[in-house]
Design a binder for this molecule. Sequence first.
Ligand code: PGA
Length: 250
Amino acid sequence: MRKRIAAGNWKMNGTSAALAEISALAQAHPGPRVDIVICPPATLLARASMTAEATSILLGGQDCHAEASGAHTGDISAEMLSDAGASHVILGHSERRENHDEASEDVRAKARTAQAAGLVTIICVGESLAQREADNTLDIIEAQLALSVPDTCTTDNLVIAYEPIWAIGTGRIPALDQIIEVHDFIRLDLTTRFGAELAGATPLLYGGSVKPDNAAMIFEAENVDGALVGGASLKEADFTPIIKALEASF
Ligand code: PGA
């Protein structure tokens, strides 16, 4: 059976004090039935990995460079993330695509490098509000998948996160049937490209305004295997009910 994942994307939030949230999460979930992956800012990763040592909490980066090393001031390589304790990395988040002009081809190059470094790549896709209103959602997702997901994927290094841009940080979420439609489409797309075994093993996450009070509804969708959570992952007290809703959903 494929993994269920509750991933927390802390974005540019958190200094030393936030490490206490990781300890609290570890205490609240001593034997989770799902993978709990916290993606803190890079500055906290090494200390977070010490805090998470001997617990069930996994760690991820929020981005990495497409090249393995070299003259790239300010950037972080996949190997550095791994060395600092990360097992996962988020790639192609819409904030990176928008604020840093990342094209799907860039995301694919990063994913290839990250997978070669042994990281599980959480590749994000999602449409804008204008694209949804123009009824282009599935075309956009199809193109993003085709160009962002590298050929180097295996049954254990790929996670896809569907994050409608208009749902991120807005408190708005799609209707359940819209979530089902896109996740079913992604599973089918992966099946066509990679075959049933890889597609069946790949966790598909929903992201965008996942909160304690809507998580159970979102996890009703058969092809939703977890969530990528921003704001509600910053505090253990908010993230725990989402993790519990995921555990209760299968
Ligand atoms: P949000 O962010 O949960 O705060 O909407 C989700 C994300 O951007 O991954």
